[in-house]
Design a protein around this ligand. Structure first.
Ligand code: AMP
Length: 486
């Protein structure tokens, strides 16, 4: 078995690896480090969680330890699809280059150009950037890429999903033909293959098996969800999400909740917050300081539920995530693998629960084909105390929409509909045909949306003296900290 000491890494890098507590190189490291140190191009087919970041940072630090950067001419370049990934790669450099004198700059959106310019002006050994921001700097004439000796493209398949391939091609063409390229992608789509055929020269191909999604340490399940009322499908689904969370009890120390759409990320987080869950959204439309603050909060445990889009959460290395909830079945089966891989890291156990609406069934079949196993179906959990407030009270949660007013009714306050939406009728006729279903009139009896629950034994429960906290909150308080996804 390969040892780190066999890999001809700089002695100070080896010490840093030892400090990090790594005993043996992971397969991608064992395969990529030696050819990279020989100056060869590397095509790494590996996904996050395999140790791929160290597989390019360790040889880069070793190679860059000698030599010096010139003003505005970085010696190496790492391109990442998202700001978070770029920041994570920068952290890796800090960890492994602790004992080596290297300068680096992080060029990501949301950070002032002036600070970044100052660093580049001095000259940096490593420039870590997202494609858009890098090209912005280039176009402003503040950066020359002709001194780049090593270029890394990280998570190329995600770049493809995000429409960055033309930018990447442009960046490749701005760097010297003689550069060394280390290129990483979890999958090899035809477009990616075209890119590597064009820009890599006789690369060493290192392919690492997909992280085992059937790993015993991640318990997976799916709840098949069909709404009782089409017009309340989304709020019923959010009610089901809360029921799933509640059923996990204290075992759910924290969780990432994945939604397919950014608007749902916002709605989910806002809805959970309203029900007293400590949740926050993260997606690409939030400004950088908010994203960083949210991620830090989740890492430190001040935020328990992170509602996320695939893009924002891709590649994030957050240890100790006890649960992943898939609010939707992802459209790309690959994303399922990435999503559930956020839990059960480093051999810990984890749990991944998914909600599958009728329209998601095709996606579910795609996921099961990819992971080559059937994901166990489980029933909707029986209600537990905290779930009791049910599903339709948040029917008017929409991103960027405001509640307009509240009104006292029958000695209680009832949240009224959002701006533009018709107010909820409060004195409705007795249930007509199909009265087993929750109707707006049920609200009068304090039945706040167990609309999904039409089991014969389900009871209409009044709120009694209990006044949910969110109802008493002013609009200002309720919207504080919530950033519109637009
Ligand atoms: P990555 O795939 O780069 O996101 O790395 C995933 C995690 O594996 C990170 O938390 C690294 O700190 C960790 N890691 C990287 N290399 C090793 C190694 N050789 N042994 C143990 N853990 C590692």
């Amino acid at each position: 078995m390969t040892k780190f000491s066999d890999l001809k890494l700089h002695p100070d890098v080896l010490k840093a690896v030892e400090d990090a507590g790594y005993e043996t190189p992971t397969p991608i490291q064992a395969g990529a480090i030696a050819p990279a140190l020989e100056g060869r191009d590397v095509l790494g087919i590996a996904q996050t969680g395999t140790g791929k970041t160290a597989s390019f940072t360790l040889p880069m630090i070793t190679m860059l330890a000698r030599g010096r950067a010139r003003a505005r001419m970085p010696r190496s370049l790492v391109i990442c699809p998202t700001r978070e990934l770029a920041a994570q790669v920068a952290e890796n450099f800090d960890t492994y280059a602790r004992r080596v004198k290297l300068t680096k700059a992080l060029l990501i959106g949301g950070v002032s150009f002036r600070e970044q310019d100052a660093l580049i002006d001095k000259g940096v050994d490593v420039l870590i950037a997202t494609p858009g921001r890098l090209l912005d700097h280039f176009e402003r004439g503040k950066l020359l890429l002709t001194g780049v000796q090593i270029m890394v493209v990280d998570e190329a398949d995600r770049m493809l999903d995000m429409g960055f391939i033309p930018d990447i091609e442009r960046i490749f063409n701005l760097t010297p033909f003689t550069r060394q390229t280390l290129f990483f992608s979890a999958t090899m789509a035809p477009e990616i293959e075209r890119l590597t055929d064009t820009f890599l020269s006789n690369p060493e191909k290192v392919e690492v098996a997909r992280a085992a999604t059937t790993a015993d340490n991640i318990a997976q399940s799916v709840v098949m969800f069909s709404p009782t009322r089409k017009d309340r499908a989304e709020s019923e689904k959010r009610g089901l999400l809360r029921a799933l969370i509640d059923a996990e009890g204290d075992a759910c120390t924290n969780a990432i909740i994945f939604c397919n759409r950014k608007t749902d990320v916002d709605i989910c987080a806002k809805s959970l917050k309203k029900y007293g869950y400590n949740a926050a959204p993260i997606h690409g439309d939030l400004d950088q300081s908010k994203r960083t603050e949210t991620l830090d909060g989740f890492r430190e445990g001040t935020i328990r539920f992170l509602c996320a889009s695939d893009v924002a959460a891709r590649g994030l290395d957050i240890p100790n995530v006890s649960h992943v909830f898939n609010f939707d079945v992802p459209g790309h089966a690959e994303d399922y693998v990435h999503r559930i891989g956020r839990t059960g890291r480093a051999g810990r156990s984890g749990k991944a629960l998914m909600i599958c609406a009728p329209r998601d069934e095709k996606n579910l079949a795609g996921v099961e084909r990819l992971v080559q196993r059937e994901i166990p179906r489980v029933e909707r959990p029986p209600k537990v105390a905290a779930a009791g407030r049910g599903g339709d009270a948040d029917r008017d949660v929409k991103p960027g929409r405001r509640r307009v007013r509240t009104r006292k009714q029958d000695g209680r306050e009832e949240a009224l509909a959002s701006a533009g939406a018709p107010p909820v009728p409060v004195s409705s006729p007795s249930p007509g045909p199909g009265g087993g279903k929750a109707r707006s009139g049920d609200r009068r009896h304090g039945r706040r949306g167990e609309a999904n629950d039409n089991r014969p034994d389900s009871k209409v429960v009044g709120m009694g003296d209990h006044l949910p906290a969110f109802i008493a909150m002013s609009f200002k308080e309720r919207s504080a900290g919530y950033t519109d996804g637009s």
